[in-house]
Structures are given as structure tokens and as C-alpha cells.
Design a protein around this ligand. Sequence first.
Ligand SMILES: [Zn+2]
Length: 235
Amino acid sequence: MRPPIRFLGAGGAHDLQWGNSSALLEWEGRTFLLDCGFTVYPRLVEKQLIERVDAVCITHLHDDHIGSLSVFLYHRHFLSQLPPLPLIVGTPELYAKLHTILHFMMGEVERFARLVFPQEYAAFVQAIPTSRLHASHMPSCAYLFSSPAMHLLYSGDIAEPVPVLNDPAWLASHQPLWVFHDVAFRRTPSHCYYEALYPWLESTQLWGYHCDPAEAPRDNRIPLVHEVFFMGRER
Ligand SMILES: [Zn+2]
């Protein structure tokens, strides 16, 4: 059974033809938006999804992950007249920095959003801290969703495989495991080189995102979300 995830965008920060990496996940009766970069708000409007979202999980604070968060929150508040939207942040540092950004942009953050730790959504999701593994100054986290049917790990941007994948006991106790992982086809200090993910092709259902498939070398074995989980192109 495939997980109910649809990507609104699946590119890297500069792969505009694919949009910023972001996904909508229907999980146990709730709709989670994973990140809200600068191309995401127009997609949400186009797909009439603004009011569908129950909570947003924030992986980190780069523009391609939160760049349209404030305009999305304004839309929900002023046009849709919805109550403050829960924003799930996986670490205290992420909480503090996101609050500061939104405070500068929006003033009274609490009118528009409610920053919460994943513990409030423990029945659905937990955070896996990955701070400094994407950028040296950046708090970040991956998110693990669990249901009776499966587990789903969403990596966020990260320079190496999410460390918890290296723990065989953890891996064995989280099956079946679907992994949606940052993948890069050039070696960079901030994204995960595709070959580094090969060890998990057998033990998990692994899919790459945050890339342009046109840049994939012919020997790439990591399946990409673009033609299978991309909203409007699902198969
Ligand atoms: Zn990114």
C-alpha cells in the first residue's frame, strides 16, 4: 500500500520548474503540509487546498521551505477566517527562530499561527532532530509519521542520510518504512549525495526528492517522487 502523500513541489531551491519541495500528507484523518516554500502558496491556491491543511510541519528555515508561510497564514486568517494554524516545529531552537521571523513579518504571530512541538501531535508524528546537518547555522529536523499500517520518514534537507537510519534496531522496529529523502546528484556540503542512500534501497521504500530528475546520472538507482507522487502526475 502506498502512503497518502502528494508533492506540491519536488525541486531543489533553484529548480523552479519543479517548485519548492513540499508535500501534503493525509494521515489518520488529518492533513499535514510539509514545509511551505516560496512556490507553495500559489500551488495551494490553484489546487484549492488552503483550507484543507490541519497543521504544517516545518523542517527548517530556508526560503524554499518557509518562503510563502506568512502569505499562506494571512490568507487563512483574513480570507478564510480560520483560527490560528498549528505549525509543528521539531526543536526549541527551530521554534524560537521561526517565531522571531514570523514576529518581524506579521507582528502578533498568535493571531495567525500556533507554534507547537510534535508532542501535541504524538499520535501522528514525531520529530527527529537533524540540526547543523544541512547548514552549520541551521536548526532542522526530519519528521516520522506512524500509523498501524506503516511508518513514513520525511528527511527535510540534510547532507547525509538521516542518522537514525544507521541504527539496525530502529530500522527493524519501524517496518514497513517509507523514506522520502533529500537527494542530490552533485556532491555538496548541504544535500545528500544519491549514492549515499543506496544501502537503504532494500530495507526501506526509499524515494528521492529536492532535485531535478533531468540532472540524474544514468546510473542513478534512487527512484524519484516526481512522476509518481507529484500532485497532478500521480501514478
Ligand atoms: Zn531546500
